[in-house]
Design a protein around this ligand. Structure first.
Ligand SMILES: Nc1ncnc2c1ncn2[C@@H]1O[C@H](COP(=O)(O)OP(=O)(O)OP(=O)(O)O)[C@@H](O)[C@H]1O
Ligand SMILES: [Mg+2]
Length: 244
């Protein structure tokens, strides 16, 4: 098991947002998390890399416990890539500088090695022609591809995505999803919050349906999408397909 989450709890001002989540991710597996707004999906991802400290429960990345009191969170987070909905690039740095930042500053590689790593990852997302551009000069889809390259440059063991395409126009969504599908094909372990059902159906090994801070149902896409066991899951999927 690459990532193990045990009985995670989180509340904000008396509101229980995560009510004992447990899950495990195998290496190379793609897991998609779906669920209505406020069900705790973003909080789950943020608690996994301790951007938000959980109130209770444990997170293990192989044999490194992120929730341990003496955990080196900077080291742990460099192994857990995170791609946000709103890209979060450094606006005052160029594409190349954004992607070099992690290897250089976090992983303490030399300048030359950082540059090599960055170039490889920028190539992987098809953006070599924009090395010297600033984020403001890029489309949303291009910015998101650079944030993926930036996450990859840290050589993470797992990448988490929180609704990576929901800020994008439909025509830009496709280019980001195709980069993500490529990562899945290359064997990268992904944990993705998304409501892109085409992606979920064709790329995910497992779908997790969250509701009110719990995992209500999970299973392979063919099972969850065609024969959901829970009434709430069925209702949610119906809503999504109507929106589509
Ligand atoms: N930092 C915070 N302080 C207080 N309440 C918070 C905080 N973060 C999240 N919440 C609350 O926790 C609940 C779950 O939020 P979360 O962002 O995890 O949901 P979500 O499933 O990601 O929703 P969405 O689909 O809208 O992104 C919401 O009621 C939210 O208002
Ligand atoms: Mg969210």
């Amino acid at each position: 098991m690459l990532l193990r989450v045990e009985n995670l709890h989180k509340s904000f001002d008396g509101l229980d947002v995560l009510k004992g989540i447990s899950l495990g991710l195998e290496k190379g597996q793609v897991t998609v998390v779906i669920g209505s707004s406020g069900s705790g999906k973003s909080t789950l991802l943020r608690c996994i890399n301790c951007l938000t400290p959980p109130d209770k429960g444990q997170v293990w990345l192989e044999n490194l416990e992120l929730t341990a009191k003496d955990a080196d969170l900077n080291q742990a987070r460099s192994k857990l890539g995170f791609v946000f909905q709103d890209f979060n690039l450094f606006t005052h740095l160029t594409v190349l500088e954004n992607v070099c930042f992690g290897p250089l500053r976090v992983n303490k590689k030399s300048k030359e090695e950082s540059r090599q790593i960055a170039l490889e990852e920028i190539e992987r997302v098809g953006m070599l022609d924009k090395l010297d551009a600033y984020p403001a000069q890029l489309s949303g889809g291009q910015q998101q591809r650079i944030s993926i390259a930036r996450a990859l440059a840290l050589k993470p063991q797992l990448i988490m995505f929180d609704e990576p395409t929901s800020a994008l126009d439909p025509e830009l969504t496709g280019e980001v999803l195709s980069v993500m599908s490529g990562l899945a094909k290359d064997g990268m372990t992904l944990l993705v919050v998304t409501h892109e059902m085409g992606f979920a159906r064709s790329v995910a090994d497992r779908i997790i349906f969250m509701e009110g801070g719990t995992i209500l149902e999970q299973g392979p896409p063919e099972q969850l999408f065609t024969a959901p066991e829970n009434e709430r899951t069925r209702y949610f999927l119906q809503m999504i397909s109507q929106l589509e």
